[in-house]
Write a protein that binds this ligand. Structure first.
Ligand code: TGC
Ligand code: FAD
Length: 395
């Protein structure tokens, strides 16, 4: 094979490996649309939302209009986009803030996916179109105060009572909990772990917000309390009675995080690159010092490598060839790398790196949640270890 004579295109710092060329026109369009949304509707305000510990609920409808809620699902008002396109959307949303990507992940990959995959036709018709439009917000209750990495030890219990179910228990750390119109709640039953669709306002179902967070502040996190909540059998997700139900939803959300984490890292890299060229010390821009260039080079490596990992997982998912252990590898690698990039970027910004005037410390703090939720880094390392050795080290 002979190489062409034309000079290769100029290097672009924001896409050093020209990964853009690996995307289809449609994927690029979706990416650019979400990027513009984040630039106009999120970036100018999110520092204030983070400081105030709020997220405007109107954003849900705007995200619905943008077609990103449940965008990789088909039918029921969902966009039916490819997994890769969904990943690109997550990357752009998390370049804004992990809290915004979380809203979209919990809505589309957890609450909607649970109903779409395991729900009845009636449940799908009732909830999915409204959730896709952002007119109804969903949450996903799996974690409990004493059951985090080990959801199989959950205590929330549902028992049959005639044709109804009675659910009692407590869920902890639930994104969107108090603002959700519908909660997908997982409970132990005599027949296995089952999911229940619990509408807001159901008697015995209350929520309490978790405050004093220093991470994911532009996101609502709540406790769900279920005190003898009576539900008809039609509220039960009929197609699953095992931990496989909630864990299958986690695969979807974790996949989005593989992409999202790169978005957060990219935002911090770009902030550090720009700052290093503007900030002068010892009569020179700090970008002219070797130590700073080393940091910038390392950040560029991680952002590009992370994007390639995400893209490969996206292509596998689009071929229905993606395994949960591969998602674990992506989440472990990309979130850890993003944390490194953000911590390094924070140092490049010096004292300015600790204020919300720049996005860096916000992303850095957010990623402390991202590395913990959806399976801690340890859980994903153990999943990979089990796949490599055939030996489970969880217990
Ligand atoms: P194990 O005995 O291995 O499996 C039980 C059943 O589940 C099946 N299964 C899976 N199915 C689909 N996808 C997966 N990834 C699956 N992993 C296991 C398995 O085949 C079995 O099925 P069946 O039919 O035989 O019953 O389960 P285990 O109890 O040993 O647990 C394994 C472990 C530790 C990997 C799992 O518990 C785990 O992933 N723990 C981490 C918990 C976690 O990630 N929680 C996240 C909560 S949601 C959240 O954080 C939202 S954050 C907001 C946002 O996303 O932005
Ligand atoms: P633990 O499981 O108690 O872990 C504590 C430490 O022990 C960790 O370092 C962990 O890696 C380690 N560890 C645990 N088991 C092992 C082991 N076998 N081997 C080695 N080390 C181990 N949950 C939901 O259900 N829905 C949500 O919407 C949701 N949103 C969240 C939003 C935020 C902001 C946060 C922070 C969490 C959210 N979570 C949600 C909960 C999240 O999924 C859990 O925090 C996570 O699964 C870890 O559980 P834990 O916090 O109880 O930690």
């Amino acid at each position: 094979m002979t190489s062409g004579t034309a000079a290769p295109p100029a290097l672009r710092p924001e896409d050093f490996l020209a990964i853009d060329r690996m995307l289809s026109d449609e994927e690029r369009d979706i990416r650019d649309t979400v990027r513009a949304f984040v630039r106009d509707k999120v970036t100018p305000y999110v520092g204030d939302w983070f400081e105030e510990g709020t997220i405007p609920l109107e954003l849900a409808k705007e995200l619905g209009a943008l077609n990103v809620l449940g965008m990789h699902l088909t039918g029921y008002g969902c966009a039916g986009a490819s997994a890769t396109a969904y990943g690109l959307a997550c990357m752009e949303l998390e370049a804004g803030d992990s809290g915004i990507r979380s809203l979209v992940s919990v809505q589309g990959s957890l609450a909607m996916f649970a109903i779409w995959k395991w729900g009845s036709e009636e449940q799908k018709q009732e909830w999915l179109p409204r959730m896709a439009a952002g007119e109804a917000i969903g949450c996903f209750g799996l974690t409990e105060p004493d059951a985090g990495s080990d959801p199989g030890s959950m205590r929330t219990r549902a028992r049959r009572d005639g044709g109804d179910w009675i659910i009692s228990g407590q869920k902890m750390w639930i994104t969107n909990g108090s603002v959700a119109d519908v909660a997908v709640v997982w409970a132990r039953t005599d027949e296995g772990v089952m999911g229940f669709v619990v509408p807001k306002g159901t008697k015995g179902f209350t929520t309490q917000d978790i405050h004093k967070k220093l991470s994911l502040r532009a996101s609502v996190t709540s406790e769900l309390l279920l005190d003898e909540v009576r539900l008809p059998d039609s509220a039960r997700l009929p197609e699953v009675a095992s931990l496989k139900g909630p864990l299958s939803c986690l695969n979807e959300a974790r996949y989005g995080i593989v992409w999202g984490a790169v978005g957060a890292a990219r935002a911090c890299f770009e902030a550090a690159l720009s700052y290093s060229k503007e900030r002068t010390q010892f009569d020179k821009p700090i970008a002219s010092f070797q130590i700073q260039q080393q940091k910038l080079a390392n950040m560029a490596v991680e952002v590009n490598r992370g994007t390639l990992v995400a893209l490969q997982l996206g292509r596998l998912k689009d071929e229905s060839a993606l395994r949960p252990e591969q998602v674990s590898l992506g989440k472990l690698a990309n979130v850890n790398a993003a944390l490194d990039v953000c911590r390094t970027a924070r140092q490049v910004l010096g004292a300015n790196g600790i204020t919300l005037e720049y996005p860096v410390i916000r992303h850095m703090n957010n990623l402390e949640s991202v590395v913990t939720y959806e399976g801690t880094a340890d859980v994903h390392a153990l999943s990979i270890g089990q796949a490599l050795t055939g030996i489970s080290a969880f217990r």
